[in-house]
Design a protein around this ligand. Sequence first.
Ligand SMILES: C[S@@+](CC[C@H](N)C(=O)[O-])C[C@H]1O[C@@H](n2cnc3c(N)ncnc32)[C@H](O)[C@@H]1O
Length: 277
Amino acid sequence: MNKQLLKLMQRPQLYELSSDKFWNDEHISKGMLEAHLNKDWEAATRKYDFVINSVEWISSIASPSLKNKLLDLGCGPGIYTELLKRKGYDVTGVDFSERSVNYARESAKKENLDITYICQDYLELDLEEKFDVITLIYCDFGVLSDKNRRLLLKKIYSMLKLDGILILDVFTPLEHEGKKEYKNWSYSNNGGFWCKKPHGLLESFYRYENNTVLNQSIVLTEDELKFYNIWEHMFTCDDILSELKAVGNWNVELYSNVVGEKYSDDSKVLCAVARKV
Ligand SMILES: C[S@@+](CC[C@H](N)C(=O)[O-])C[C@H]1O[C@@H](n2cnc3c(N)ncnc32)[C@H](O)[C@@H]1O
């Protein structure tokens, strides 16, 4: 284990994978579901008031009476999908977290909402159906490697109808402006977010070229070592426009967030509304 730990204390290769699944870990996924469902946290879903305004805005720029078929990628436990369904969209949600999708399915049943949920990695999605609107919300696009972002955008482009709309948000470089690299050790006697057993935690923040950062958490218990690499690529306006352009033709409008505020240079988030042409 020492050898592995020593290796892990060195800077990881760009886009090196985690040792274990984050969103589908039995323990971590419980904490993340709790975070999704807490209306006042910004951890997994944005605060509920924001989500409500977001759904209002989406339905104002892509009216459900004209653009009815909506696909929500990374839908989590269905916070957006349920509100979108109530707005009148025909909604499909995709997420690879079994715990979240199970929750979403149960909740839709209880609320008598006819929503289709698919439990799958959206990078492996292979649907025949075409959609009027595709959403990818809360900066999930930026956690993917360059290669996987291209792959996902190609898939999205092919799943959109002509004149269909992609709505996605990403962080800008201001999100981590001025933040220096660090490594912090801590010990938890009673378990915590990462692990329910007593464990040591080494949390590191690394910067890479081209506006990419890594939040790495190494979790060490008596008999196990796991590490989670959470990558984040941040985008300037030109970056997002050129990644979109690389997969097809779009008319793109940029905003400061997924409630449609005007884009400004001091925004930490960039929301692209890309219409397939
Ligand atoms: C930050 S949460 C955002 C959830 C939701 N969009 C919202 O704003 O409430 C990211 C979600 O995307 C899911 N996810 C991440 N990568 C995925 C992938 N490759 N395929 C499917 N789901 C993914 C996670 O399980 C999680 O539910």
